[in-house]
Design a binder for this molecule. Structure first.
Ligand code: AGP
Length: 598
């Protein structure tokens, strides 16, 4: 996802903008740029690659007190300085940064700008030139021109605009892509998320779709359809220590290590009157439904698959799980009284948000599980339950996955009958998982050896399991492939023989997860099948099911909660395999932390 930061105040703008962009690096990008203004003269700096290169290219002798910055993750047009933001209009009067996708930019370009030669291939450059076109053609002000162009646009956007002829003002506008205003004393900011401004302020105002902002150092004016909007700011709950790697080489390892603490925080946050519970309004809303639909993407989807198991096993509510990008265009037959649960670490995933737009159109009730309070998905659903995982910086999601499954287990438990509550103390069982996680994490050096032993020079790998172990295999495979680039499949162990086993050849690494007693023998049979075809097998086995031939023993925990534990060795395996390959663990190629384009 692209990142936006704007600053207007009394201090030099360059360092503030560049630090803001650094805080957004985790989201993934391929180029970056800033535009600053001193005495109505603008200075543009753009670089392909890392923020550090942009910092080195920036001129700090300029005493600019306002400007805008951007990190770009290429959607239209290749990563290049021409395509990097900020973009300028053909007459260099206007400068714009943009997050989102304008669907009708080619049509607008042909209609209004056929006479103009553009520098790059991006939709953003078309929009900023359109603003200049109407300012010239109609002799409109920057604000009038900008607002008129917004009325022509179809698509998603978060914009920040500077007009050289309107000094000491930044304009901003938002539709579908996130944008916040940061509030300071004698300065104000605009940011695609609070992290870009947290080094300057903790006070933010969320912007909603269709809103337009005029920002000066002393004032913030939000309007929609000509009406002024008054909105209270909120205090961003981001702890500074969460943002720094500290002694860790990568955020991913820090976030894996944080998982036991995250679990304990969740237990604390969801304990009411000595019982794990969820707010009554959420409980009642779900209990009046006759079917739950979980909608998510990627790792969050994998957490949803485990959530289905909890909701059906603990609460006996039929539950379906949908990939968001599929649901939006191929919705299932929805009958009776459905309830929708959206799972999203960032709360900004466009595919999930698009599905929520449909659910809201159909007037169905929805709950969002997210790590970011005030995020788009949380604002646009009826209810929100927070993951309390702390900011997750690494692109590969780890602690959020654990948190999602833990919160889903609490929801299902809260909805269950008292007989289950009498027989099963979820709070106690989750705390055992937290301790068991620490035990696994303390053996990370063993996992590092596994990474060298099983994955050195590997081009393909498999994770297999049955039931909950199959669901964890899907997530384990995603972890490994998205950061090591080793083609990896998570597969139902019993299904291999129906075709895919043809791929097993000499030394193909096959990792097997065994935590469920009712299927452990069958899965061991599948291990023999792949071994007979030359596979190098490695097993992650719950203690009570282990044999002397197993490679890694997981401490015994409730079999219901085994996914929260059995994923940890695979997270570490992916981390160390990537480390051995010398790739950037936190920022894998082609990926962004939050995908805000469909
Ligand atoms: C997980 O490791 C990936 N980074 C990705 O699959 C992610 O889970 C997915 O994009 C959904 O993101 P969200 O939870 O913020 O909606």
């Amino acid at each position: 996802m692209c990142g936006i930061v704007g600053y207007i105040g009394n201090e030099q703008a360059q360092p503030i903008l560049l630090t803001g962009l650094e805080k957004l690096e985790y989201r993934g990008y391929d180029s970056a740029g800033i535009y600053v203004v001193e005495h109505q003269k603008g200075y543009l700096f753009k670089e392909v690659g890392r923020i550090q290169q942009l910092k080195e290219a920036t001129d700090y002798s300029i005493c600019a007190t306002y400007g805008i910055g951007h990190t770009r993750w290429a959607t239209h047009g290749v990563p290049s300085t021409q395509n990097a933001h900020p973009h300028q209009s053909f007459d260099k009067r206007f400068t714009l940064v943009h997050n989102g996708v304008i669907e009708n930019y080619q049509e607008l370009k042909e209609t209004y700008l056929s006479h103009v030669v553009l520098q790059g291939q991006t939709d953003t450059e078309v929009i900023v030139s359109l603003i200049a076109y109407f300012a010239q053609e109609k002799q409109w002000s920057a604000k009038q021109s900008f607002q008129y162009v917004l009325s022509l646009i179809h698509g998603s956007y978060a914009f920040a605009l500077i007009d050289n002829q309107t000094p000491d003002v930044i304009y901003a506008a938002k539709h579908k892509s996130p944008l916040l205003v940061g509030i300071g004393s004698q300065f104000n900011m605009v940011c695609s998320d609070a992290m870009a401004g947290i080094h300057q302020t903790r006070q933010f105002i969320e912007l909603h779709d269709g809103e337009f902002v005029t920002l000066t150092k002393a004032d913030v004016s939000i309007e929609k359809d000509g009406h002024i909007i008054q909105r209270q700011s909120y205090t961003a709950q981001i702890d500074a220590s969460d943002l720094e790697k500290g002694t860790y080489p990568f955020y991913m390892l820090k976030e894996i290590d944080e998982q036991p603490a995250v679990l304990r925080r969740i237990i604390k946050e969801y304990t009411k009157d000595n019982q794990l519970d969820i707010p009554n309004d959420v409980k009642q809303a779900i209990l009046t439904s006759d079917r739950i639909h979980i909608i998510a993407c990627g790792t969050s989807y994998h957490a949803g698959l485990v959530g289905k198991y909890y909701l059906e096993t603990f609460a006996h509510i039929p539950t379906e799980v949908h990939i968001a990008s599929e649901f939006s265009y191929h919705p299932p037959l929805i009958s009776g009284k459905p309830f929708f649960i959206f799972i999203s670490q960032s709360g900004e995933t466009a595919d999930s948000r698009q599905a929520l737009v449909k659910i809201n159109e159909w007037n169905y009730p929805s709950l969002t599980l997210t790590n970011v309070n005030g995020s788009t998905l949380s604002r646009e659903s009826n209810y929100t339950l927070l993951l309390h995982a702390g900011p997750e910086i690494a692109v590969a999601s780890t602690k959020a996955y654990i948190a999602q499954m833990a919160v889903l287990s609490i929801i299902a438990y809260a909805l269950s009958h008292d007989t289950l509550k009498d027989a099963f103390n979820l709070s106690y069982e989750l705390s055992l998982v937290s301790n068991a996680m620490e035990s696994i994490i303390s053996q990370k050096d063993d996992i590092h050896i596994f990474a060298k032993t099983y994955l050195k020079d590997a081009k393909h790998a498999f994770f297999i399991g049955r039931g909950l172990d199959y669901l964890v295999s899907l997530e384990a495979a995603l972890k490994l492939k998205e950061i090591s680039y080793i083609q990896t499949e998570g597969f139902a162990a019993g299904e291999l023989k129906h075709g895919t086993i043809a791929l097993i050849e000499q030394n193909t690494p096959v990792f097997t997860i065994i935590t469920q007693d009712e299927t452990s023998l069958n899965t061991r049979g599948n291990i023999q099948e792949v071994k007979a075809r030359g596979a190098k097998t490695c097993t992650f086995v719950m203690g009570k099911l282990a044999t002397k031939d197993d490679q890694f023993i997981l401490p015994d925990v409730s079999k219901y909660l085994s996914p929260l534990l059995s994923i940890v060795p695979s997270q570490l395996l992916a981390y160390y395999a990537t480390l051995e390959l010398g790739y950037d663990v936190d920022k894998p190629r082609n990926l962004a932390k939050s995908v805000t384009v469909e």
